[in-house]
Structure formats: C-alpha cells, structure tokens
Design a protein around this ligand. Structure first.
Ligand code: GLO
Ligand code: MG
Length: 346
C-alpha cells in the first residue's frame, strides 16, 4: 500500500452525457450543448476530458480549419482548468469504416482509416495529450470467412506502428472489447492487447486502457485484468463502469451491479499505485434512457462517489489480518472479513 495516499484525478468523455438513444428508440432527452458539458466537469469534481477526434472538430475539415477548431476548444479547456487525458480516433461511424478500419478489405478504406488515425495523433499534439486510445470497434467479423484473421492482426499491428512512428511522443493504449458492434473482435481481451504491444516497434509506448464492462463481457474479472496490466506496467487508463451479465454493453454506474467486484478493482488499483504516475480514473458510463435531461449527469457523480467510498473502504482494510488469514489459508474467514468491510462492520 502506498505510504502517502494517492490523490486520484477523474475523467470522462463528453459522449457520457447523452440523449439516451438506443438501437430501439430515438433520443429521449435534449442534447446538452458542448460548452455546457465542458462546464460540468469542474462542477462535478472532474479534472480531465477524454475525447474522440470529432468531439473536438468535425473529421472532414482541412488542416487549417482543424487547427482553428482545436485552438477554440483548447481555449475553453484552459479557461475551465481542464486537461485532455486521452484522445481516440472515432473509426466506426464513417461509411468508409463500415467493414472495419485498419482491417477493411478495401485498400482505399484502409488508407482512409490510417489517414484519419494519423490526423488524430496531430490533434492530440495540438491539445497537449500523449495518450492515444485505440478502441478497435469494427476490427472483427460478422462472419468468420469474411477476412483472414491472421492478416487482420498484422494489419492492426502495422497501423499501430505507423502511428507510433508518426509522433515520437505519443503512447498508444489499446482498449480491448470482445464483441459489439462486431460478433467477435480480433483483439478481444486485455491479454491479446498486451501480447500485441510487445510486437510493436516501441513496446515502451504501447499499453492498455481497461474498461470494466469489456472484461466482464469477455467472461473475465476486471480486477484480475487490471492486475495483469499493472504487473506489465501497461495500465495507463481505465474506463470504470458495471455490467449485468453477458448481454449488450451496458456501461452502468460503477459498482451498481456487483459492489464486491468494484471493490476488488479499487483494491488492485490502490495497492499497485495506479494514479501515482498521473494516470486518471476514467469513467465510461451511460445514464438510463428514463433519466431526465436535468439528471443526465448524476450517473457520473454517482460513479465517482462510489469509487471514492471504495477507496476509503480499501484503505480501512486491516492488511495484517488479511495476510494472517491468507497464510493460514482461512479463506472462509477472509471472505467474511471482506463482507464485514463491505457491510460496514469491518
Ligand atoms: C465502447 C467503448 C467506447 C470507447 C471510446 C473511447 O464500448 O467503451 O466508449 O471507450 O470510444 O475510445
Ligand atoms: Mg470505453
């Protein structure tokens, strides 16, 4: 456990304040204006923003207009006292990415994806952000025979290398997700992603962002995934949230489904010094469709509050007692001790 307590910094993306639209229904509340979203960060006690390239400026602007647009947003951020924690190219909405981005079968579409991804690196530089996230949304298949999977993995790695070479400062964080929108992704888990990191031209600048729900969807425990990445010194950001079983990606409030699973994630982060090299506690959570526009930021405030309460609980754990129970292999007693902690009797 660190000697001085970690002062956690929190982040989220503007897409986390949404209209409640889902595949079965149109928006259920009004879009909150961008400037109002940015104002909300400090009001909610957050420090940093996570962006997609086109959250900042439309993707099709020429470079001069892009620079102008980025400068405008940077000015608002500076005025609010916010910094950009991560930036990610949104490679899944354009018609040219319908068949994947770096793995599309069309060479012209692969070229588009690479150009757009490189432009996103340049935007990252303009906003002073080193952390470049690749959520490989459509790099997978609807049917297994559509692409050669080995070629696809190679194409992802080649694109990753080109981005690292494009800017010697940035580092790339792969965000693994096993499915949705694809049937199956080529890099479905944190383990796959970290394996790929070591094959890039600069493994020291290749790491991961772990999202709780994505590990759960892969049938894995997010705390163990985090521990694995921490051991490799490759956990550079997180998307904390929760997920009720194996279904569509729910992005529920952190800890709202399984408090003990959330407690274990906080335990692993806290005891391994996450946040002490500037990493942020990122949230990737969605408000329910029934939520009113006035309440459409509560899920962020609540997720942050749950994280902070769990940090307090983790810090209250009597580690000597835990070690003694581990040594005596008294796991029944250890489990009850953890349940005592979680129910306020620790
Ligand atoms: C979707 C992902 C997505 C990414 C975001 C940043 O399932 O979690 O929200 O985190 O686009 O890359
Ligand atoms: Mg995410």
């Amino acid at each position: 456990m660190p000697e001085t307590p970690t002062k956690y910094r929190f982040s989220f993306g503007p897409w986390n304040i949404s209209t409640g639209a889902d595949p079965f229904g149109p928006p259920a509340r009004k879009e909150v204006p961008f400037a109002k979203k940015l104002k909300a960060y400090k009001q909610l006690g957050f420090d940093a923003v996570q962006f997609h390239d086109d959250d900042i400026v439309p993707a099709d602007l020429d470079w001069t207009a892009t620079q102008r647009g980025v400068a405008k947003v940077k000015k608002i951020l500076d005025g609010e006292g916010l910094f950009v924690e991560i930036i990610a190219p949104r490679l899944w909405e354009d018609p040219r990415t319908v068949d994947g981005a770096f793995t599309a079968n069309s060479p012209a579409h692969r070229r588009y994806a690479l150009d757009r991804a490189k432009r996103c690196v340049d935007i990252a530089r303009l906003v002073g952000c080193r952390n470049y996230v690749l959520w490989l949304a459509r790099e997978g298949t609807y049917i297994r025979e559509a692409k050669d999977a080995a070629t696809a993995v190679g194409r992802i790695r080649d694109a990753w290398n080109l981005l690292l070479e494009h800017d010697p400062e940035i580092r790339i964080l792969g965000e693994a997700k096993p499915n949705e929108p694809m049937d199956q992704a080529y890099l479905p888990t944190v383990g796959h992603m970290i394996g790929l990191c070591y094959t890039t031209c600069d493994p020291a600048r290749s790491g991961v962002l772990i999202e709780s729900a994505h590990s759960i969807l892969a049938g894995l425990d997010p705390a163990d995934d985090m521990a694995y990445a921490l051991w490799h010194q490759k956990l550079w950001s997180v998307h904390l949230n929760d997920q009720n079983g194996l279904k569509y990606d729910q992005d529920k409030v952190f800890g709202s489904v399984d408090l003990r699973r959330a407690f274990n994630q906080v335990w692993v982060l806290e005891t391994n010094g996450y946040g002490r090299n500037g990493e942020c506690v990122g949230l990737d959570v969605k408000a329910m469709r029934t939520t009113t526009v006035q309440d459409s930021m509560l899920h962020l405030a609540h997720s942050k509050a749950v994280f902070e309460r769990l940090v307090e609980l983790v810090r209250s754990v009597d580690m000597k007692k835990v070690e003694a129970l581990r040594a005596a292999r008294q796991y029944e007693q250890l489990e009850m001790y953890i349940l005592d902690v979680l129910t306020g009797r620790g």
